[in-house]
Ligand binder design. Structure first.
Ligand SMILES: C[S@@+](CC[C@H](N)C(=O)[O-])C[C@H]1O[C@@H](n2cnc3c(N)ncnc32)[C@H](O)[C@@H]1O
Length: 205
């Protein structure tokens, strides 16, 4: 059996998820219990659609999932999932309109990952840029008290990123799900309780 056809790969096939990654989200939910019926969720790096599908099950028909990915997604979703093709660095007018329609979100989640090059430092740098971009977007569209789930590649700048998360969220935990391959240098931050940004201070008059 090829290495990538592991327990979770086969389970995903049996349970009709497009990728094994859904079990990472399920483990996050089991540990942190963030998803509840009726919540609105933004899914960054949504293709092929396992997290969007998993989140849709957890939030039920009264909730909403808005997904974005560079790749088109062909998964059959329930009606409360909208998945758009696009680049987080260059959001389309359609994506901006959907964001505006559904914000503020209760949860922003990013499973985005760059195409790997074989150079660990290049992959880390690209992942670091993606998580910064995801955090910038989360800051603009999370509701106060909302949560941010983000995949990162272990690297030299990650402590500074964790520090930035701690400024914006009441609690920040690192979490490596069992279903994340042990040889993978990915892990997740679960940042909970978004602190709403202070009102603009016009400064001394
Ligand atoms: C590990 S996959 C996500 C799997 C997905 N969470 C699921 O469960 O089906 C990472 C995704 O990040 C996407 N991605 C990478 N860079 C991106 C960018 N600049 N904008 C949007 N999506 C991006 C990739 O196209 C890829 O589909």
């Amino acid at each position: 059996m090829k290495k990538y056809q592991d327990h979770y790969f086969l389970k995903a096939k049996q349970e009709n998820y497009p990728a094994r990654s859904v079990y990472k989200l399920k483990e996050i939910q089991k540990r942190f219990k963030l998803f509840k019926p009726g919540l609105r969720v933004l899914d960054l790096g949504a293709a092929p659609g396992s997290w969007s599908l998993g989140a849709a099950e957890m939030i039920g028909p009264a909730g909403k999932v808005l997904g974005l990915d560079l790749k088109a997604v062909s998964t059959a979703f329930p009606p409360n999932v909208t998945c758009l093709q696009g680049n987080i660095y260059d959001p389309s007018p359609e994506f901006k309109a959907e964001l505006q329609k559904h914000a503020p979100f209760h949860i922003v989640m990013s499973d985005m990952a760059p195409s790997t090059t074989g150079s660990r430092s290049t992959d880390q740098a690209r992942s670091a840029a993606l998580i910064e971009e995801a955090l910038s977007l989360a800051r603009t569209c999370l509701r106060p008290g909302g949560h941010f789930i983000v995949k990162f590649f272990m690297g030299p700048d990650i402590q500074a990123f964790a520090q930035a998360l701690r400024q914006d969220f009441a609690s920040v935990k690192a979490f490596k799900p069992n279903s994340s391959r042990s040889e993978s240098f990915e892990s997740f931050y679960i940042a909970m309780g978004f602190k709403s940004l202070p009102p603009h201070d016009p400064g001394p008059t």
